[in-house]
Design a protein around this ligand. Structure first.
Ligand SMILES: [Zn+2]
Length: 390
């Protein structure tokens, strides 16, 4: 496809784990062939792009939680439910481009309609979109959170069938609404939707079919059950109570002990209004995020991009600034956004690292994200599968 050898050079390299550099990354056929810090000259036959002594080479960023089919408009629910499939697919395509240009080269879509995120992956060339890890429609109860996406299933038989359907449709992950949510009338984030037995059955069936599992949880009891059921990632992790946020410390300890990934919902356009249930709990949620980060839990950023105007599909860099404000060092933020998030979405080794054999998805910044995390907005270039896309 593109057999030429490309050499990318910059004064600094973050390889997904450590800050290194100056360095040279050799790319061929969409894959990283070598990463060199010896100061050796690029091979003679390579085309060289030099981003200079101030340039930073990083793995492309990974967003653990997006909704490509949602247009981030004032009524994104109406858009995703009532527009024609072709229109929603166009929304998803624009969303994918927007994320890619922000440096996000892998997204995990945790709620589409009609498997449109899978369709997008199958119909748009990989160099024109991020890598898409897809769940299809979230599994939910009848009339439950986001039931309008088409994923209603109750009872052992129906739940097993729902998981199998997702495997057959080419999904990578099973998403379950374990508690209610904020965007569905009649659904309450304070209440569980499934009991422990159902959650266990979903995880067993998904893992048997080699799919990973993600659970949407706001209610504390739902958090307890999804951890016990063995979900790979816990989304939101907000511990909503009737009038605030009530962290149960022993559940946080359990998450740390088991190494469960916490996909924290971060990334809001500064100054943009957020949903009332979140706004009412804003300072408590930041306290919670700080505690989760301080606990040593494996925290990864999930923006929930698309659901409201405050969360456009380009919002990811703001999520990283928020993680830093909540107590992560800038290097921790970078690890969380690359190697850790790639592992959380089931793509560890291929994504989120600059090392031989990994996919050539890269981000180039013009200044140091270690000095100031806002440098993630100073994008000089984005590469996807070895192709420069920005
Ligand atoms: Zn979501």
């Amino acid at each position: 496809m593109h057999s030429g050898l490309h050499a990318l050079r910059a004064g600094h390299v973050f390889d997904g784990g450590e800050v290194r550099g100056p360095g040279l990354v050799l790319v061929q056929d969409g894959v990283i062939r070598d990463v060199d810090f010896t100061g050796a000259a690029p091979p003679q036959h390579a085309t060289v792009e030099d981003f200079g002594p101030d340039g930073w080479l990083l793995p492309g960023l990974v967003d653990a939680h997006v909704h490509l089919c949602w247009d981030a408009g004032p009524d994104a629910v109406a858009h995703v439910t009532s527009q024609a499939s072709g229109t929603v697919l166009e929304t998803a395509r624009a969303a994918a481009t927007s994320a890619l240009h922000a440096g996000v080269t892998t997204v995990r879509d945790l709620g589409d309609r009609d498997y449109l995120a899978v369709t997008l992956r199958e119909t748009v060339p990989e160099t024109e979109r991020p890598e898409i890890v897809a769940s299809g429609p979230p599994i939910t109860t009848r009339g439950g959170h986001c039931h309008f996406l088409g994923g209603e299933a109750e009872g052992a038989e129906a739940l097993r069938a729902a998981v199998r359907e997702r495997a057959e449709r080419g999904c990578d992950v099973v998403k379950v609404m374990a508690s209610g949510g904020n965007m569905t009338p009649g659904s309450s984030p304070l209440h569980q939707q499934y009991g422990l037995a159902d959650l266990r059955l979903i995880v067993e069936e998904a893992h048997r079919l080699r799919l990973t599992t993600a659970a949407h949880v706001h209610a504390a009891q739902a958090v307890e059950d999804v951890i016990r059921a063995g979900f790979d990632t816990v989304e939101h992790f907000t511990f909503f109570s009737a009038d605030g946020v009530s962290l149960r410390e022993e559940l946080l300890d359990e998450v740390v002990r088991r190494g469960v990934f916490v996909s924290l919902t971060v990334g809001t356009l500064p100054g943009s209004p957020v949903p009332p249930a979140v706004a009412a709990r804003e300072s408590a949620l930041w306290d919670l995020a700080a505690k989760v980060i301080a606990s040593g839990a494996r925290v990864v950023p999930g923006t929930d991009a698309g659901i409201v105007p405050a969360k456009p599909h380009s919002v990811y860099p703001h999520a990283l600034a928020e993680l830093a404000r909540a107590g992560m060092s800038n290097v921790q933020v970078l690890r969380s956004a690359t190697a850790e998030a790639a592992e959380a979405v089931g793509r560890g080794g291929d994504k989120g690292v600059l090392r031989p054999g990994a996919h050539a998805d890269l981000l180039v910044l013009g200044s140091s994200p270690v000095d100031d995390i806002a440098a993630v907005m100073d994008v000089r270039a984005v590469y996807r599968a070895g192709h420069r896309v920005r």
